[in-house]
Structures are given as C-alpha cells and as structure tokens.
Write a protein that binds this ligand. Structure first.
Ligand SMILES: Nc1ncnc2c1ncn2[C@@H]1O[C@H](COP(=O)(O)OP(=O)(O)OP(=O)(O)O)[C@@H](O)[C@H]1O
Ligand SMILES: [Mg+2]
Length: 296
C-alpha cells in the first residue's frame, strides 16, 4: 500500500535509503543481492544493517531469502520510496495524497508540488507509478528457490522502461497534442499535470458532435507526428469545456510499426463505438481513417 510508503517515508532515514539504493544497484548483478555487498556498499556495522534490513522486510520494502545465502530484492514499496525520495529532493512533489486510480499496470496518486522559489500557490499534480511485470513478480515468492531463473524480477526493468517510454512520448507530443504536461520522471514513476475535466466514459456531453470531431482531430495530430496511441478509448480520454486530453501512453507505437494500421483502426473504432452507443452518432470507420491518413 502506497499510504504505508508515505507514512514510512517520514520514518526512513538516509541509511535506509542507502540500503534500498544498494539493493537496487546490486539487482543489476545479482538476483538476490548478498548481504555482504550491502555491507560493502553502505559501510554500516553488521548489527545495524541487519536490524534495518529486518525492518525493511517487515515493512514490505524488500524481500529476503536465506537460501542458499542471505540476499535481498527490492519490493514495489521500496522502489516507490526511492522514486518518491528523488521527486521530493528535486522539488517535483512535496506531498502525496489519495490514490485516484489503480490500473492494470499502474497506481496513480494525487500529489502536491510547491511553487518554484516559493512564489505563487502550490499545485495539484499526478504521480503515476508503473507496475508492469507485477504478475511475474507475484511468482517470486513461489519461485524463490529457483535462483537461476532471471525472469522473475524483470518487473523493475519492465516498469522502468514503460515509464521512460511514456515520459518520452508525452514530451514529444506536448504541447502540439493535448496531453497533460510531463513534470518529472524517475525510475518507474512520472509526475504530470492533472488532466482537465473528467474521463469521457463518466460524463454525458452536451455537444457530443464537437467532442467527437476534436478527439479525431487529436488522433490525426498524433498520427501526423508519427505515432498511434494504441490503447485509446473512453477510459483514456479526458473531456473538459476547453477540449480533450489523452492519457496513458506507454503502449504507443510509431506509424512505421508493422501493425500500425490495425492499431489505428482499433483506436478510432473504440471512439466511434462509444459515440454511437451513448449519443447515436454514426460515422463511417473507413472514411474517418482515410481522412486521418490523408492529412499527412
Ligand atoms: N494526468 C492525469 N490526470 C488525471 N487523472 C489521471 C491522470 N493520469 C492518470 N489518471 C487517472 O488514473 C487512472 C489510471 O491511469 P492510466 O490510464 O494512465 O493507467 P493504466 O494503469 O494504464 O490504467 P488502465 O489499465 O486502467 O488503462 C486513469 O483512469 C485516471 O483516472
Ligand atoms: Mg488507462
């Protein structure tokens, strides 16, 4: 639970952070980071290292094994803590609030960012922790004895890569395409602006025709830049009085992707089906696709 992270975060000291960082670095080389490595890295006395490790295990920040040697892996909460620590140090966030979304592949929180140089008001922001690879990680406990199996801690890399991809595409598209602005990226986490309005599936639009046109126009802009969202639907589109914003980008592809035609078709079809179902607006899929492509 992330709330625990927040509470714990206040209790952690720089030595705990150093241990977590040591495990993170060690995981590049070891499946289970040997306690001797942590001893070398942290230079803490054994007794204090062992005490702190026990506490980190108890708090679900790391998991440990004794077979065939004493070793440790970082767990989600520990990894979240490292990213949070970096964001706080950089001034990207100053506080974390409620969880507002748990997706298949992420946990999303409201957070607060203090104004630069202390001028102006603090700002609400979004903090998204990627969780790709979570299912494979669930197997870790089961697979603990198979130390030669490298697969099962790939979640760190999977989640980190997804966050990097999402950060890169948002940077690339903003501000030409309507996406929330990216404020920071570290490890498997992103800080971004809060999208305006509400998710499309949650609202009843007064001017659905206008919004449909605007959504398709944005799909066209993304396509013109050489990309396809690839998970577009009423669940990833925010609508507000001023316009629309697309969120949730890690699975985007380039238009040169071998399946780009199908992916674009699926995105557009999801949108058209929603407007058909909810507003009885009918559009021809092929015509819409042709017009998106012809604007190149
Ligand atoms: N910038 C944002 N502004 C406001 N809310 C956001 C923002 N980003 C994410 N959310 C909220 O968090 C939820 C999950 O985010 P997102 O869709 O990016 O992740 P996901 O894990 O891929 O989700 P899913 O698997 O449900 O598609 C969203 O449905 C939305 O409610
Ligand atoms: Mg989503």
């Amino acid at each position: 639970m992330i709330d625990d992270v927040v509470k714990l975060f206040r209790e952690l000291d720089s030595k705990d952070i150093r241990i977590l960082t040591g495990i993170e670095i060690g995981m590049k080389y070891f499946e289970w980071v040997p306690v001797e490595e942590l001893f070398k890295y942290t230079r803490l006395p054994y007794s204090s290292l062992e005490y702190k490790l026990r506490k980190l295990v108890k708090n679900n920040m790391v998991i440990g094994t004794n077979q065939p040697y004493e070793g440790y892996q970082i767990y989600f909460d520990g990894y979240d803590t490292l990213a949070l620590n970096t964001f706080v140090k950089r001034g990207s966030i100053s506080a974390i609030g409620d969880e507002i979304g748990v997706g298949k592949e992420s946990v999303v929180h409201e957070a607060v960012k203090e104004p630069e140089l202390g001028l102006g008001e603090s700002q609400g922001v979004i903090l998204k922790f990627h969780r790709e690879g979570r299912t494979s990680f669930k197997n870790v406990r089961r697979l603990r004895s198979h130390l030669e199996d490298k697969e099962h801690f790939s979640w760190i890399y999977a989640a980190r890569l997804a966050a990097k991809r999402e950060a890169e595409i948002i940077r690339e598209l903003y501000p030409d395409v309507c996406v929330p602005k990216l404020l920071d990226n570290n490890r498997h986490a992103l800080v971004m602006d809060v999208a305006k309005g509400t998710l499309l599936y949650r609202t009843k639009l007064h001017e659905p025709e206008w919004f449909l046109e605007e959504i398709l126009r944005q799909v066209g802009l993304v396509y013109k830049k050489g990309y396809i969202h690839s998970d577009l639907s009423e669940y990833n589109i925010f609508v507000s009085e001023g316009g629309v914003q697309f969120i949730d980008w890690p699975q985007y592809v380039q238009t040169s992707h071998p399946h780009s035609t199908e992916l674009l078709e699926r995105d557009v079809s999801n949108v058209l089906k929603h407007f058909m179902r909810k507003y009885k607006i009918q559009r021809n899929l092929s015509d819409v696709l042709a017009s998106i492509k012809s604007e190149l």
